[in-house]
Design a protein around this ligand. Structure first.
Ligand code: AMP
Length: 333
């Protein structure tokens, strides 16, 4: 249920070029070895909260819970079967919005839809569900990361089994952000070896970047994100200067209380609804080294970096999945 797209794009191709620099190759190997001996459990603090939603909950109510608790995803639980039932993410709300656009006559029924209807909504709009994976938190993080890259999931639930009852329980949700932060915090001696620049690594996407303007209708931007399975769209002015970034999570406050009519507004209006503690946008230049990007990840809540030139003109996007793919998949010997 979590990650769907009308035309799911293939996972980013693994970097092909062998890492020639000995130090850099060693840094990457060390990080991979680190991920092979750490598990999902290692990433979490001793105490954390997890909000799990029952699939019988109304979709509109789930939105309020997300907003009140400042969360952007939640594992779903089917209390009829006592089983984990997928992950609710901003993509699911985008599908609901698509449904609303395609079947406006169904609008009055939207209030009654429950989280268990999300699959039907997916089918009705022709979205192809991408495999929803979960991983056992006792498995090496390396495997969880590979699974994420393969399915393009930006987050995966960690699901364990109770030894005595054999019952499943959802431990937590692991995100690309959390994994990269974990690498950055524990591997400063290795990330410092990653001296090649964003341009040298050709890290990220530089062609056919999906963009919008402040005046673009927010619905158009949502459609673009669903069709291309991307988590953000840079907002630029008429001279290609970066003004902001519209993210998948930005739609949640837009449809608060189930008021879908407000989506008729512009991206600019939608961005005004962002919560005050929103982390803001991060940029980098093509000349920044990957090690420096890891420094930023270590210190801040970075979910992606927009690559700009000296005049703040948009050049490309470096997503966390691009960084993870380079760190895990680039050939080192
Ligand atoms: P993400 O959606 O952030 O998980 O990124 C998935 C892939 O899409 C990565 O290779 C990104 O570089 C790329 N990507 C992210 N946002 C955009 C965008 N607005 N336009 C084109 N490609 C993008």
């Amino acid at each position: 249920m979590a990650t769907t797209a009308s035309q799911p794009a293939p996972p980013p191709p693994p970097p092909q070029q062998v890492v020639a620099d000995k130090d850099e190759a060693q840094g990457l190997k060390n990080i991979r070895d680190f991920l092979k001996v750490r598990t999902g459990y290692d990433v979490f603090p001793l105490s954390f909260r997890l909000i799990v939603l029952d699939t019988d909950l109304l979709i509109n109510k789930s939105l309020n819970i997300m907003i009140q608790n400042s969360i952007v995803s939640a594992p779903l639980w089917d209390s009829h079967t006592s089983r984990f039932a997928g992950l609710l993410t901003a993509t699911d709300y985008m599908n609901v919005i698509q449904y609303y656009c395609q079947f406006p006559e169904e609008m009055s029924k939207l209030d009654q839809f429950r989280l268990s209807s999300l699959r039907d909504i997916e089918k009705a709009i022709g979205a192809v569900p991408i495999e929803t994976i979960s991983v056992n938190p006792l498995l090496p993080l390396y495997d969880a990361c590979k699974g994420m890259l393969k399915t393009r999931a930006r987050r995966i639930p960690l699901v364990d089994k109770d030894d005595e009852t054999g019952r499943e329980w959802v431990v937590s949700v692991i995100t690309q952000y959390r994994i990269l932060k974990f690498i950055a915090v524990n591997n400063e001696h290795n990330t410092v070896l990653l001296k090649r620049t964003v341009r040298e690594l050709n890290l990220g996407t530089y062609t056919n970047v999906a963009t919008a303007q402040m005046t673009s209708p927010v619905l158009d931007v949502i459609q673009m994100m669903v069709h291309r399975n991307i988590s953000c769209v840079p907002i630029i002015d008429k001279d290609n200067r970066l003004l902001n970034v519209f993210e998948a999570v930005d739609i949640i406050p837009c449809i608060k209380g189930g008021v879908y009519e407000e989506l008729a507004g512009s991206v600019g209006d939608a961005l005004l609804r962002r919560p005050e503690d929103s982390p803001g946008i991060y940029t980098c230049s093509e000349h920044d080294r990957l090690g420096a990007i890891f420094d930023t990840v270590r210190k801040s809540r970075v979910h992606r970096l927009v690559v700009v030139d000296d005049e703040n003109k948009l050049k490309g996007i470096v997503s966390l999945s691009d960084i993870l793919a380079y760190v895990l998949l680039s050939p080192v010997d």
